[in-house]
Design a binder for this molecule. Structure first.
Ligand code: FAD
Length: 374
C-alpha cells in the first residue's frame, strides 16, 4: 500500500494555499479533490473582495489572518502578475440613526490596526461616488478585489512545483487512525473505484464537508463545536454598469463582529457591478446554486437607502455561494485551525468554519498550517 507524508483534503483556495506551503515541509503531498477541477465551490462563488480586517474581534484568527493575508495577497499579486484592484471601500451609514453603529465599527477597525481607515463626510463620498447617499461613511483604502481564479492557479502551481500530486475526482470517504503510521485514507474515484493508502499527516480543508471529514476521523463534531450551518448568498448583476460607474466597494454598515456584511455593491475586474450576497439559512445540506429571480425586488429595496437610483428591472441573476459557517446563535464564531493531538489524532489538522474572510486569509492560514506540520 502506498504511503505519503501529507494529505490535503479539498482543493478550494485553502487547500491549494495549504498544499503550496506543505511542500516546504515534505515533497510527498497528495491534494485530493472530489470535483474534476479546483475551486468549484465557495472559492469561486464569492465577492472576490480583499478584506481589510475591519469587522472582527481584535486578536481573533479572523482579524489576524485577514490582516496578514490582505498584505500577502497584494504583494503576491504584484510580483506574480495576478489581476487585482486596490479600489478601496466605503462603509456607509445611510441614515443619521446608523452613525452610532458606524462609529463603533470605526473604533473596532482602529483597534484592529487597519491601515489608513478614516471617517468621511457625505460630501467626500459624493465627490467620488455621486450616486451614493449617506449620513457618514468609513473609507478603507486597503480594501480591494482580486481575480480569485488566478490566485488559486498561483497556489496550485506552487504546490505542483514543490512536488505535490493533485488528484481530481477523488472523494475522501473514510479516515481510519492507524498509529503510529498515521491514517488509512479511503478514496472513491469519479468512476466509483475505491482505493486506500496511508498518510502520516492529514489536513482537512473540505469546506462545506469539513465537519463530516472531521467526523470520519472519529471526532464528535457536535461536542467539539465543529458542526456547520450552511447559508446561501445570492448575487444579482447590474445590466448596464456603465450607467452607474461605481468605482469603489460600497457596503452598508453592519454591527461589528457580524457574521455577514449586508448586501453590497461590488465592482468586478471585468467592469461589471454585482449586488449581494444576501443570507438565506439552509436546513440540511442542500447545495442548490440557482438564483431566484423574484428576489430582485428585495435586492433593490435593500440598497435603496444608499443607492436609490437602481430599479429591480435593471438586475439580473448572477451566481450564488454557500457559506460553511459554524453553528451559532448569533454570537461571533472564529475560524477553527487546529492540530488534534489533544483528541488523540496526532498530525491531523482541521480547518473548519472557513467562511468570510477565508479568501483573504488563505495565504496567512496556510503559513500557520505549515508551522503546525513542523
Ligand atoms: C457568498 C460568499 C461570499 C464571500 N465573499 C468573500 C469575500 O469577498 N472575501 C473573502 O475573503 N471571503 C469571502 N467568502 C469566503 C470565502 O469564499 C471562503 O472562506 C473560501 O473560499 C473557503 O475556501 P475553502 O477552500 O475552505 O472551501 P471551498 O472553496 O469550498 O473548498 C473546499 C473543497 O473541498 C472539496 N471537498 C469537500 N469534501 C471533500 C471530500 N470528502 N473529498 C475530497 N474533496 C472534498 C470540495 O469539493 C471543495 O473543492 C465568501 C463566501 C461566500 C459563500
Amino acid at each position: 500500500m502506498d504511503k505519503v507524508d501529507i494529505t490535503v483534503i479539498g482543493a478550494g483556495i485553502m487547500g491549494l494555499a495549504v498544499a503550496g506551503e506543505a511542500v516546504s515541509v515534505s515533497s510527498s503531498v497528495f491534494l485530493l479533490e472530489k470535483n474534476l477541477s479546483f475551486g468549484m465551490e465557495a472559492s469561486s462563488r464569492n465577492s472576490e473582495v480583499i478584506h481589510a480586517s475591519i469587522y472582527y474581534p481584535a486578536g481573533s484568527l479572523k482579524h489576524t489572518l485577514c490582516s496578514e493575508g490582505r498584505d500577502m495577497i497584494y504583494s503576491l499579486c504584484r510580483s506574480n502578475d495576478i489581476d487585482f484592484d486596490q479600489c478601496g471601500k466605503f462603509i456607509v451609514a445611510p441614515k443619521k440613526s446608523d452613525t452610532e453603529e458606524l462609529h463603533s465599527l470605526y473604533v473596532n477597525a482602529f483597534r484592529n490596526s487597519v491601515p489608513g481607515i478614516e471617517l468621511v463626510t457625505p460630501a467626500k463620498v459624493k465627490a467620488v461616488e455621486p450616486l451614493i447617499n449617506c449620513a457618514e461613511a468609513i473609507f478603507s483604502p486597503r480594501s480591494g478585489i482580486v481575480d480569485s481564479h488566478s490566485l488559486m492557479q498561483y497556489f496550485l502551481s506552487r504546490a505542483r512545483e514543490g512536488g505535490a500530486e493533485i488528484i481530481y475526482g477523488s472523494c475522501v470517504t473514510g479516515i481510519q487512525p492507524e498509529p503510529p503510521r498515521g491514517y488509512r485514507i479511503e478514496v472513491k474515484s469519479a468512476e466509483g473505484d475505491i482505493f486506500e493508502y496511508i498518510s502520516a499527516k492529514v489536513i482537512n480543508c473540505a469546506g462545506l464537508n469539513s465537519d463530516s471529514v472531521a467526523a470520519m476521523a472519529g471526532i464528535d463534531t457536535e461536542e467539539a463545536g465543529y458542526s456547520l450551518q450552511y447559508s446561501k448568498g445570492s448575487y444579482f448583476r447590474l445590466s448596464d454598469p456603465e450607467k452607474y460607474r461605481i468605482q469603489h466597494l460600497i457596503y452598508p454598515v453592519v454591527k461589528k463582529h457580524s457574521a455577514t456584511l449586508g448586501i453590497h455593491l461590488t465592482p468586478d475586474l471585468a467592469g461589471g457591478i454585482r449586488l449581494g450576497p444576501d443570507t438565506q439559512k439552509i436546513n440540511g445540506r442542500e447545495t442548490d446554486y440557482s438564483v431566484n429571480e423574484s428576489k430582485k425586488e428585495e435586492f433593490a429595496a435593500s440598497v435603496k437607502d444608499f443607492f436609490p437610483d437602481v430599479s429591480p428591472n435593471e438586475l439580473y441573476p448572477d451566481t450564488a455561494g454557500i457559506r460553511a459557517s459554524l453553528k451559532s446563535e448569533g454570537e461571533f464564531k472564529d475560524f477553527i485551525i487546529k492540530e488534534e493531538s489533544e483528541k488523540g489524532l496526532k498530525g491531523f489538522i482541521n480547518l473548519i468554519g472557513i467562511d468570510s474572510p477565508g479568501l483573504t486569509a488563505s495565504p496567512a492560514a496556510a503559513r500557520i498550517v505549515a508551522d503546525l506540520l513542523k
